[in-house]
Design a protein around this ligand. Structure first.
Ligand code: XBP
Ligand code: MG
Length: 265
């Protein structure tokens, strides 16, 4: 067996969290007397910028340029408020994990694989989600790397490289699970093969570079819809399927060789 760890993204991959992020952003704008409400159409565009603080700055520069000087110094405070609101909301009504996530985590743990998280979101958000939604919570993961732990957020590979470092493993022995183009680019640039499960806001993303693209991880009795790459003849993303896909890809397409070209694409 060549696969030794699974590295999960959080938002959109573990759970459909973005609507709660959007609500927390909007409530924070209100609290800071900013007459902004991000609707889902606009948020889909803004999500191309990873990281909440970066997203607020990008929005201000693009849509409210006359307010940049007034808003820029407040972004850290607005975002702190947003994180507090998001964690409160998550704790009040836990967000369910996406179909098959708990199953795959259980399979991996039973087989002795290690688990990690490589995310752009803030650490308190990850902690709140795991506390409410995953039996065992944070303790299930050998490494959790969040957006502010590294210099550059996705699509740069930094969170993945840090997770590999903390796991003490090389990219070729891990597989990443992602839901967005930025996530696929980040994992590939770090040398990992990636399985993508598009989410609420990322169905239209370009997943070029992913080993497999499927609608969800699936459960016994509930097959995923195969979208591209490996897994055409499988029904669920099981550990056995991941090992098979990973092994086939390792021999035909060593991930390290593909990485730099993809990030520059
Ligand atoms: C997705 C993101 C995050 C969240 C907001 O992260 O881009 O920025 O939308 O989180 P991932 P913060 O898919 O990598 O988990 O406001 O805490 O930055
Ligand atoms: Mg994501």
């Amino acid at each position: 067996m060549t696969l030794r760890a699974l590295v999960f993204d959080v938002d959109g991959t573990l759970a459909e969290t973005e609507e709660l992020h959007r609500r927390a952003f909007n409530e924070s704008f209100k609290a800071f007397d900013l007459p902004w409400q991000w609707n889902s159409r606009l948020y889909a565009k803004l999500l191309r910028v990873t990281g909440g603080k970066e997203r607020i700055l990008h929005f201000t520069e693009t849509y409210q340029p006359h307010l940049v000087d007034a808003v820029a110094p407040q972004i850290a405070d607005i975002h702190r408020h947003k994180t507090r609101r998001y964690t409160e909301l998550t704790e009040k009504v836990p967000i369910p994990l996406r179909t098959g996530v708990a199953r795959l985590i259980h399979e991996a743990r039973t087989a002795g694989l290690r688990l990690a998280i490589a995310t752009t979101t803030s650490r308190p958000n990850v902690q709140a989600l795991l506390r409410g939604s995953l039996p065992g919570g944070e303790a299930v993961f050998a490494s959790i790397v969040a957006g502010d732990d590294v210099a550059r957020k996705k699509p740069f590979p930094d969170v993945y490289m840090r997770a590999l470092e903390e796991l003490g493993l090389d990219a070729g022995s891990c597989i990443a699970l992602e839901d967005s183009r930025n996530g696929v680019l980040a994992a590939r640039a770090a040398g990992l093969h990636v399985v993508a499960t598009p989410s609420l806001y990322t169905g239209g993303d370009d997943f070029t570079g992913a080993l497999s693209v499927v609608s969800e991880l699936g459960m016994p009795g509930r097959s995923y819809e195969h979208i591209a790459g490996a897994g055409r003849h499988d029904r669920n993303v099981t550990l056995e399927a991941l090992e098979r896909w990973h092994e086939a890809a390792r021999t035909t397409d060593p991930p390290e060789a593909a990485a730099p070209a993809l990030l520059n694409a």
